[in-house]
Design a protein around this ligand. Structure first.
Ligand code: PGA
Length: 258
């Protein structure tokens, strides 16, 4: 299975000029990336530029979507609009949206259905807020949170192919902007991803579970990327802050293309 590397720009950079500069770094290295599939997820306002800049060297993603295609939803962006820019993937249920915008599991479920119904592939983010001393992926509170998020987000969904969905395990405590920062342990991340895969096998099928991409996200950078990608169970990474830090991005690509 090839690994996915998703670059989530979040709300950066602050101008189109800055976005063009970041895209140039991607353009320089993307041709040389052989073993992974790269998905670039800029803010909506830079999607047109990204769609003009990149052709077949990567896939384009969006950071959110509204759940209807109809016209009356002020401020929102529809699946149809995203598709017209060549967007293929959409991040759904990122913890920052759950927190700042009160995005509920119910809304996340609508959005996943809207993506699947429009031929967009959702990258569903799940993850617990905190881990107490001694907690592991096998601890009841962790399982409960993850299974609940999966259960609600995927309620009523029929998956035809494992490639119709991507899951990103993003423990909130590991995301680079969150304090107090804890150090993530790739082995423990791998165990948690196996747990998510187990849930998928029971909910859908073993075949879907085996072939579904389940990624890890949280403070991934040029120093630690391979400590995650080395694990078979971790099918890729979702990178936040490092996506728009020119020095870090260049270092990261130099490692990936080695
Ligand atoms: P980070 O963000 O890489 O900056 O921790 C990951 C994410 O929130 O998607």
């Amino acid at each position: 299975m090839n690994k996915f590397i998703v670059f989530n720009f979040k709300m950066a950079p602050g101008s189109l000029k800055g976005a063009k500069e970041i895209f140039l770094i991607f353009k320089k290295f993307l041709q040389k990336v052989k073993s992974s599939k790269v998905i670039i997820v800029p803010p909506y306002v830079y999607l047109a530029e990204a769609s003009n800049t990149f052709q077949k060297e990567c896939f384009l993603g969006a950071q959110d979507v509204f759940w209807f295609n109809r016209n009356s939803a002020t401020g929102e962006i529809s699946p149809k609009m995203l598709k017209s820019f060549g967007v293929k993937y959409v991040i759904i249920g990122h913890s920052e949206r759950r927190e700042y915008l009160n995005e509920t599991n119910e809304i996340i479920n609508y959005k996943i259905k809207a993506c699947l119904g429009s031929g967009l592939i959702p990258i569903l983010c799940v993850g617990e807020k905190d881990r107490k001393e001694g907690d592991s992926s096998l601890s009841f509170p962790i399982k409960k949170i993850l299974f609940e998020q999966l259960n609600y987000a995927l309620r009523g969904i029929i998956l035809k192919n494992s490639s119709d969905l991507v899951i990103a395990y993003e423990p909130i405590w590991a995301i680079s902007n969150n304090e107090p920062k804890k150090i993530e342990d790739p082995e423990e991340i791998e165990k948690t991803i196996s747990l998510i895969r187990f849930w998928i096998a029971r909910r859908f099928s073993e075949e879907i579970a085996e072939n579904l991409h389940i990624l890890y996200g949280g403070s991934v950078n040029s120093q630690n990327i391979f400590s995650f990608l080395a694990f078979k169970e971790i099918n890729g990474v979702l990178i936040g802050a490092a996506s728009t830090n020119k020095i870090e991005l260049t270092k990261l690509f130099k490692k990936i293309i080695k």
